[in-house]
Design a protein around this ligand. Sequence first.
Ligand SMILES: *Cc1c(COP(=O)(O)O)cnc(C)c1O
Length: 383
Amino acid sequence: MLESTLSRPTYARIDLDNLAFNIRSVRRFIGEHVRCMAMLKANGYGHGAVECSRRLEREGVEWFAVATLEEALELRGSGVSKPILCLGGFYPGQEMAGLSAQVTPALFSIESAERIDKAASERGKPAAVHIKIDTGMGRVGVPFGQIGEFADRLRALGNLKAEALMTHFAAADDLNEDQFTADQMAKFDQAVTAFRDRGIRPAFIDLANSPGAVARPASRADMVRLGGVLYGLSGDVLPPGIAKPELRPVLSLHTQIAQIKRIAAGTSIGYRRTFVATRESLIGTIPIGYGDGFCRSLAGRGRAIVNGCIVPVIGRVSMDWVTLDLTAVPDASEGDAVILIGSDGASSISAEDVAAAAGTISYEITCGLSARVPRRCVGEETA
Ligand SMILES: *Cc1c(COP(=O)(O)O)cnc(C)c1O
C-alpha cells in the first residue's frame, strides 16, 4: 500500500523485512542462546512500535521494552503478548494499570518499590520487577553505594519478585572508554553478588545495549537490549573498525516535487532570502519541513536524491516546505519522486548522513519524524 490518494506524497517507508534481517543477523552474531529485548521506546525510534513489535514477535524476540507506561499500553492494546519492560517505571497512580496489563516496571527507588508492592498486595498477585543499578550512567538506577541497603529493604517487601538485575552503559560505543565500560561491568558483578548474598536471585542478568552486545561479548549475559542495531542505525551506535553483523536500514523517507521554477540569477528563495541564485537555476519545492521533523538546521546542509542524482537543500527549511537546487537535474519534473533518506542506484543518503549534516545522531532524526509523516510498512507480513 505505497500509494494513497488521500495523503500528500510525503511518507516514511518501513521495511519490515530489513527489520527481520537485522534481528536474525544480530542473533547469529551474538549467539542464539542470548535472549533479545527489542527497544520500542519513542514509537520504535520513530519506525512505528506496533508494526515493528508484530514482526519482531514473529521473529521470536523474547522481550520488548518501552520508556513509558503509555507506550506499553499501546502495545498491549495492539495485541502484543510477550513481556514488556517499562524502563521509566510506574509513576504514582500508574501501578494498577501497569500491573493489570502485565507490564513489568524497571525499579530504581525504594519509594517506587513500596508503591508497587502495595498495589501487588491489593491485587493479591506478586509483581515482577527489573531492578536497575546505576554503575556509571548517572541517570536513573539504584546508586552503586546503596545496593546493600536497597536489597535489604527490597527483601522486606513480600509482593515483589525481582526477575532481573540490569544496568546501562554510558560509553560502550566508544572504544577509548573501554576502561570505564569494564569498570561498569565489574561494579555490576559486585551488585549481583550483593543481591545474591541476600537471597535475591533474579532469573535474568542484563547489561548490554547495541554497542555492548556487539563489541563486548562479556556483557551479553542472559539478555541484551537492542535498539539502534535493529533499525540498522549502526553508523551512529557501533564503534568503527570492529567486527559487526551485517545490518540494513529499515526506514527511508520519501516525497515528490510539488513545484519547479526556473529562476534568474539574483533571485532569492525562502524566508530571510538566505539563498540568492548566482546563475539561472531550477528550483524544486517539496512538501516536507520542520513540522515533519525535517530539521531546520539542514538549511544549506541537507541533500536529497532526485532521479538518481544528489541535490542540495537551499534556503531556509520552513514548517511545510523545503527547496532544492535542481539545476543539475534538468529533466526533473513536478511529481518526480524525491528521496530524503534512502538510496536510488549509486546515490544514497543514510539517516546517519542526515544526522551528521544536522549536528545530531541518527536516532534523533528517525525519532523526530512527526506524526504528520505516515509510516508505510512493506514486507512479508504486509504483502
Ligand atoms: C534505549 C536503551 C537501550 C538501547 O540502546 P541502543 O543503543 O539503541 O541499543 C538499552 N537499554 C536502555 C536502558 C535504554 O534506555
